[in-house]
Design a protein around this ligand. Structure first.
Ligand code: PAF
Length: 285
């Protein structure tokens, strides 16, 4: 296996590399912030299956962090990231620019109108987070011009916002959502899981277990009752602090109270454990 895969640092070099590829062939893009795990691996594998050419970007995007400490603590593991990427395919193009390359003048996000999708849940607790995500994803889509771009459903709100971004900015790309990959005990895979102690990491399966029971309950009760039940479950445990739990319409992400026939719903949760903020979600119907 070849672990000495070249890493492209500049937009000019990336464009040169992309120009060498056949324009008739599909191109997949997997944007990441590095610290890659099996969740990312599943996105990259899907991209490789669906496209003869694939770009994986690794860039810890400062404009989507509302908390400086979170940004500073974000793990940077380029060598093992490259190892994981090259174990999937050694033909993948890795783009890992520095902050100056992406933000040469100011490190501030563009402001988008995501038609309210960014105002709920994560948007309520993380100021400007989705403007930052929109800024970097638009930039990457414009540089790479992929046929398809891949995002995990763990960040389902982000996925919906990126779909909206391509619609409002008229970017011709197919956005592919990929299923959540879980650790053995059920915790959704995330780079942040590394910051949890071993014991708590196992116990954090509680988040997914609660979501699964909420799903069953939503088959029998309305969203308010399910939300109350979840809030109470979290009051019973010491190590977990619930930030939000919401059941929303999948399209609008508006929290709902009662079910309407033929509408698709999803439950979303954010929890603090050992000062680490974890999110997860589950399809309800
Ligand atoms: O999901 C992530 O890792 C990031 O938000 C993304 C999409 C790579 C943009 O920085």
């Amino acid at each position: 296996m070849n672990f000495s895969m070249p890493v492209i640092k500049t937009k000019t070099k990336l464009t040169e590399e992309l120009n060498k590829l056949s324009h008739k062939q599909d191109l997949g893009l997997v944007p990441t912030m590095g610290a890659l795990h099996q969740g990312h691996a599943s996105l990259i594998k899907k991209a490789v299956q669906q496209n003869p050419n694939v770009v994986v970007s690794i860039f810890v995007n400062p404009t989507q962090f509302n908390n400086k400490e979170d940004l500073d603590k974000y793990p940077k593991t380029l060598d093992s990231d490259i190892e994981l990427i090259s174990s999937i395919s050694d033909k993948i193009i890795v783009f890992a620019p520095d902050v100056d390359e992406i933000y040469p003048d100011t490190v501030i996000p563009k402001i988008f109108d995501f038609e309210g999708l960014d105002k709920v849940m994560e948007g309520e607790f993380r100021d400007d987070h989705f403007n930052g995500v929109g800024t970097i994803v638009e930039e990457l889509l414009n540089i790479v011009k992929p046929t398809r771009a891949y995002f995990g459903e763990k960040d389902f709100q982000q996925l919906r916002i990126i779909q909206k971004l391509t619609e409002i900015q008229n970017i011709p790309v197919e956005i592919i959502g990929c299923e959540i990959v879980r650790e053995e005990h059920g915790l959704a895979m995330s780079s942040r899981n590394e910051r949890l102690s071993k014991n708590i990491r196992q116990k954090a399966a509680f988040i997914y277990t609660t979501l699964k029971t909420a799903k069953v309950k939503f088959g029998m009760e309305n969203a308010i009752a399910v939300k109350e039940w979840v809030i109470n479950e979290f009051k019973k445990v010491d190590d977990f602090e619930l930030e939000y739990f919401d059941i929303t319409d999948v399209e609008t992400l508006t929290p709902v109270q009662n079910k309407i026939k033929n509408v698709k719903y999803r439950a979303f949760i954010a929890v603090y454990v050992e000062d680490v903020r974890l999110i997860d979600n589950i399809a309800l119907n």
